[in-house]
Ligand binder design. Structure first.
Ligand code: PMP
Length: 385
């Protein structure tokens, strides 16, 4: 069954599962002073080394969290609360993940001012507009590295040059697909997640550059150097470490393979009439093909594809319950009906060219059938507007 929804969830690599199995029933708490506790502590610290090694950070700069959502919350809310005396203005890009947008909204309710940096029609942050939003009391700017819905990759280095305030980068979608190097980015905080590199779900991390101070948002017994309370998820963290180790070795080759499949998929999809690419044509994730089909609804395309065994998505699985058009697609200037006709195909480690070929064989008749049921399309066909 062609699975093209890696952006919503990825299988866990067998090598990772094997590593995690060693620790599922291990009783050691990393905070205990006895030898089983020490064993668990070593597992966590070894994983911290591997995760930091993947993004060119120091292991002391990694805080393990329950995922990217928590890491984004910690970065935005934790930084703003800690550094409130320096100013109360923050800027986030208009196409951030909902966990960043909602953290910013939370801050707004708590006396902060928030501005949204607009993007162009390809989803690139407009540098000049971003610059014009920056003020003396701006303490934090948050811009994602790549967008999981439209695939667009941002120029973080260029953004860093104009931002004097702290810079947070959500690299959840880009890790393992393109280079994520915290030094080259010049970021102060970077969010990453385990499942996006074929580790377990419910584990992530925030890179906190040395000297950057945040308030913890999960309060407990001072774990993670006081940055995140709660007993560590030892098997999950061990799995994240293993996934990071594998990704470090394999991502470049893997990305080349993904790119080849993505390009064939995009070329094939765009052969269907009135089909358009969402996001940037070149600066995009190697595993993302996001397109919109005029006159029909993404949801009906998904259901029809599902009956053929193809799984994809209409956008972010995290916000699919709201039935609102995606804020990302609205921010790149799509009309409601265009946003609703969008489908995201995302590829990953187990995708094969056969999957792509299968989609390209099955999808055109689906689109044709759905359009035949679309009054708008039929009106156009018969020479109406
Ligand atoms: N940021 C981005 C860019 C994402 O795509 C996601 C979802 N995978 C998240 C944050 C949140 O991740 P999680 O649901 O694992 O917390």
């Amino acid at each position: 069954m062609p699975y093209l929804d890696y952006v919503a969830g990825s299988p866990v690599d067998d090598r990772v599962v094997e590593e995690m199995m060693k620790y599922f029933s291990h009783p050691g708490n990393p905070s205990s002073v006895h030898s089983l506790g020490l064993e668990a502590r070593n597992v966590v610290e070894e994983a911290r080394n591997k995760v930091s090694g993947l993004i060119n950070a120091d292991s002391s700069e990694i805080v393990f969290t329950s995922g990217a959502t928590e890491a984004n919350n910690l970065a935005i809310i934790g930084y703003a609360m800690r550094n409130r005396r320096k100013g109360n203005h923050i800027v986030v890009s208009a196409i951030e993940h909902i966990s960043v947008i909602n953290s910013a909204k939370f801050l707004m309710k708590n006396g902060f001012e928030v501005d949204y940096a607009p993007v162009d029609r390809f989803g690139k942050v407009r540098l000049d507009e971003l610059e014009s939003l920056l003020r003396d009391d701006t303490i934090l700017v948050s811009v994602q590295h790549a967008n999981p819905e439209i695939g667009t990759v941002q120029e973080i280095r260029e953004i860093r040059e104009v931002v004097k305030a702290a810079l947070h980068v959500d690299a959840t979608a880009s890790l393992g697909k393109i280079e994520v190097d915290v030094e080259k980015m010049g970021a102060d905080m970077v969010t990453i997640s385990s499942n996006d590199i074929y580790g377990p779900r419910g584990v992530g991390a925030l890179y906190l550059r040395k000297g950057v101070r945040v308030n913890p948002i999960i309060l407990g017994g001072g774990q993670e150097s006081g940055m995140r309370g709660g007993t560590e998820n030892v098997p999950g963290i061990a799995g994240f470490g293993k996934a990071a180790e594998i990704t470090k070795k394999e991502w470049r080759k893997e990305s080349e393979r993904l790119k080849e499949m993505r390009d064939r998929l995009i070329d094939g999809l765009l052969e269907i009439e009135e089909t358009f690419l969402n996001g940037h044509p070149e600066d995009r994730l190697p595993n993302n093909a996001s397109v919109r089909f005029s006159y029909i609804e993404g949801e009906s395309i998904l259901l029809s594809m599902d009956m053929e065994g193809i799984q994809a998505s209409t956008g972010s699985a995290c916000t699919s319950k709201t039935l609102q058009p995606s804020h990302v697609l609205m921010a790149i200037g799509l009309k409601h009906e265009e946003a609703h006709g969008s489908v995201v195909f995302s590829l990953g480690r187990w995708s094969r060219m056969e999957d792509v070929n299968y989609v390209l064989e099955k999808l055109p008749p689906i689109i044709e059938r759905l359009r035949m049921m679309s009054p708008l399309y039929m009106k156009k066909k018969s020479g109406g507007d």
